[in-house]
Design a protein around this ligand. Structure first.
Ligand SMILES: NC(=O)c1ccc[n+]([C@@H]2O[C@H](COP(=O)([O-])OP(=O)(O)OC[C@H]3O[C@@H](n4cnc5c(N)ncnc54)[C@H](O)[C@@H]3O)[C@@H](O)[C@H]2O)c1
Length: 411
């Protein structure tokens, strides 16, 4: 048998796939910055017919040890404690932003002005005004932009969207969205940036409710009116000694700082379609650990999904004798993207796989020079609902949702 040596150049010629080289920069190398970096690194092993070749080029974090880790373990070519080094790097085509929220808008403005594509973690700014600023900056620069609403990409959520769009549930009458997490339930849980308005902006509404409302927008369309309430249940927390995440725990004797944004939000909503909805989010609840879930009810059926059971979709199809009951559809490679990770049915995928799918989709859009969805328009759509919710929480009244950005000047 003749021995053949394969190089990456000869392999590229044989597969016949033209791939655009995309240099990736990451700003903020905590949980999600690392998740995006791992995703980019493994994309070539998962998505073989991609139109791009990604490279981890430059990373920045405010903590020196994290920059070292980015270069030594993740194999970024360069690292810096100054995020401007990533923005100015000529080898970087796309920047992923995964810093605390109040930095998002300034970073989006800088990346867009530098002529690069920009993917920003939700909420793209800690307040609606900052989301608007970011969206306007990306739009003015013509920057391809994306937002990290990763739950949209769950294969079974995509399937739910297909079923609803095809009318399989009939006319949608009501929607129930919730995101309950225990990350802040322990009063000794550290006072990380998420609990400080000057770093996070709004609290659980930006952090968790944004995901729930975004999924509702994707599945059944825009919300037009809301009334709601917010509350902060744990009003002070121990201050961390150094770099810490919101999963860290302090000691009773540690100094404390006040929590300056909300732990809980509840909202009644009216959709443009006429459907009604309820939404709740909490970071201090006891019981549900990461219950990012929705139920959609229609005149012919119902559907339910819960992140805690990411590989299961509950489906009810009404039959004339009403004897059908809910059935469970298991995830598998017959649903979008699932087969990139594992073949067959019933073999599970996980949280970070959704980040990988969204990063792959975003890189495809950049390589093909076309808009990506969800982009900052989706972030602005949520922020308009957040504005109405916060106004209602103050007044106790129903409030109309007013678009943040003029119609006809969509970001
Ligand atoms: N889509 C999701 O499911 C999801 C999940 C978690 C977090 N997020 C979002 O990701 C973002 C980051 O959250 P996280 O949980 O990764 O937080 P994190 O605290 O784990 O990481 C944030 C990182 O940003 C760094 N940082 C702070 N200031 C910086 C600066 N000036 N320059 C460079 N780096 C800086 C911090 O040192 C830290 O390493 C937030 O916007 C959050 O809303 C999204």
């Amino acid at each position: 048998m003749t021995e053949t040596t394969v190089t990456s150049a000869s392999a590229a010629i044989r597969t016949g796939i033209a791939r655009r080289r995309l240099g990736v920069g990451v700003i903020g190398f905590g949980w999600l910055g690392q998740a995006h970096s791992r995703s980019i690194a493994r994309i070539p092993m998962l998505f073989h017919d991609r139109p791009y070749e990604p490279r981890l080029v430059a990373c920045s974090d405010a903590v020196a040890g994290r920059v070292d880790e980015a270069v030594s373990s993740f194999q970024f070519e360069r690292g810096s404690s100054d995020w401007r080094a990533v923005v100015d790097d000529r080898g970087v085509d796309i920047v992923f932003i995964a810093t605390p929220n109040m930095l998002h808008a300034e970073l989006v403005e800088a990346v867009s002005a530098a002529g690069k594509a920009v993917f920003c973690e939700k909420p793209v700014g800690g307040t609606p005004e900052l989301v608007r600023r970011a969206a306007v900056a990306a739009s003015a620069a013509g920057a391809i932009n994306g937002v990290g609403y990763n739950y949209r990409w769950a294969p079974l959520v995509q399937y739910a969207r297909e079923l609803i769009a095809a009318g399989e549930l009939g006319e949608i009458t009501n929607y129930r969205g919730r995101f309950f997490s225990m990350y802040g339930a322990d009063p000794l849980g550290l006072h990380s940036w998420r609990f400080a308005f000057d770093e996070a902006g709004f609290g659980v509404t930006s952090d968790l409710l944004s995901h729930s409302v975004d999924l509702a927008h994707m599945l059944i369309g825009p919300i037009t009116r809301v009334t709601g309430t917010v509350e902060t249940f744990i009003r002070e927390r121990p201050v961390p000694g150094g770099a810490a995440t919101h999963y860290g725990r302090g000691r009773p004797e540690d100094p404390r700082a006040p929590v300056t944004n909300e732990d809980y939000a509840g909202m009644l909503a009216q959709f443009a379609s006429g459907a009604r909805g309820t939404f709740e989010a909490s970071r201090t609840i006891i019981g549900p650990e990461s219950q990012m879930a929705f139920d959609v009810y229609g005149t012919r059926g119902a559907i339910g999904w819960n992140l805690e059971r990411l590989n299961e979709l509950r489906l009810y199809r009404a039959t004339p004798d009403r004897g059908s009951g809910y059935t469970t559809v298991l995830g598998g490679d017959r649903f979008p993207h699932h087969g990139a990770f594992v073949p067959g049915g019933g073999n599970a995928i996980g949280f970070e796989d959704l980040v990988t799918i969204e990063d792959h989709e975003f890189c495809c859009a950049v390589a093909e020079d076309r808009p990506f969805h969800p982009g900052f328009d989706a972030a602005a759509q949520w922020a308009a609902v957040q504005t109405a919710l916060m106004t209602s929480a103050g007044s106790g009244r129903w409030v109309d949702v007013t678009p943040l950005i003029d119609e006809g000047r969509a970001p």
